[in-house]
Design a protein. Sequence first.
Length: 534
Amino acid sequence: MLTADVLVVGGGVGGVAAALAATELGASVILTEECDTLGGQLTSQAVPPDEHPWIEEFGSSRTYRQFRRRVRRAFQASAGLRAESRTDPLVNPGAGWVGSLCHLPGVSAEVIGQMLAPARAAGLLTVLTEHEPVACEVAGDTVRSVALRDRGTGDLLEARAPVVLDATETGELLPLASVEHVTGRESAGQTGEPHAPAEGDPTAMQAVTVCFAMDHRPGEDHVGDAPEHYAWWRAHVPSAWPGPLLGWRAPAPDTGIIRTYTMLPDPPDDPADADALDARRQAMDLWTYRRVLAGRHFAPPANDITVVNWPMTDYWLGPLFGEGDEEGRRHTEGARELARCFLHWLRTEAPRPDGGTGWPGLRLRPDVMGTPDGLAKRPYIRESRRIAALTTVVEQDLATDVRGDHGAVEYPDSVGVGCYRIDLHPDTAGAGYLDISSLPFQIPLRALLPQRVENLVCAAKNIGTTHITNGCYRLHPVEWGIGEAAGILAAFCRRRGTTPHRVATDPATLEDYQSVLVRQGVELAWPAGHRQAV
């Protein structure tokens, strides 16, 4: 049996932030992850950061800013960079228009390793990759231990700690520990949310995406045979779609108006030219959308590398969890097959801006993904099981059309801040996009805590949100903030000999905990005058 002060199950963005935060305060931590790579969205899922407009100035914690600085420094250590790119303090490695820090997943993995290295060297951190939780020992309202299975050998290992953090991508500990939780979408009667449907559906979960990285090699032929189910996907027309999913036309998430996307590999723009990048965004150019390496940062120019996480690769034929392991594996493979089919369409049938058809020179980059087939190691998961929490964040707390000029609800137990639109992708029960304006918000401590179980803290997308508000609490910097708050809470409880619930319910203890958060560089509120809608 392994023991520590804190057990963090799940090594994604939230789990990494939790382990880093707890060990910085001297707590010993066991960090487990089912994949062979830490970092979740940033690495094994290959999704460059989605962030709010003020991320370079405020609206994140000290450690998240440190992570971002380290990513830039790692990129600027690359051989062959132009002088302008090497010295730009705000360089965007991919010059992608989804955010200001588009970068290769391997850079995130390297930086995460560097940030955790001091704790590992000091003996405070034990990392178990390729270990998945399979059972929990529970006594009353306390999780006593978690059984972990080595995915390679099948061996079981028991891990125990006074505080257990569930930082898994899909809230795996919640059913294992019999923690009350929900899945899918709630009804308007349950939450009172303006955009909630009349009937709830626990199977209605946001689409997942299997991302892949590619570059373009003009004159080369990488087409190969069509995937097994290409004909089916080529003919598939989703509800509310103007035609086949494998096409350039799709509904706009915020308006439903049909818009036409385009793609131009390796555009000649200077990666530092903000106007050129904005023109690509206005044109809905998908090549530059999540581009993670802009070749023109280098002299002579190199090939761009872009990550495909586009409307055409969203998979919503069924959920990856909640219906049994076999059903989940079937849908996971379905999402991977859709990715392969879309790439084949790009190579063979996609209309080009020059009037031609297909780019046979599109090449998968297994070296970027760290996989033999060039697809991401794990699907990009947008929605998790969610606890029945002491506080549940609802649409009325932060939606612009509800709150107006009042700003989002302010929580006295704030443990961090975040900002993103309420962004829901089509779901497994047939609902389309929901993309509405929201206001910069806070993360309430009570949303991280189950109503009953006393020593389990949620540290990822499994907190007390609804199907709707999960749409703005699920992105990289917010998940980092949730994990960091959970890690600091666990270390604080260790020092004080108390429990997470007592911290949340005793005003004096809560104030002491929030003081620790502030000392550790966590922002608990938005600056005055910066509460406008996004």
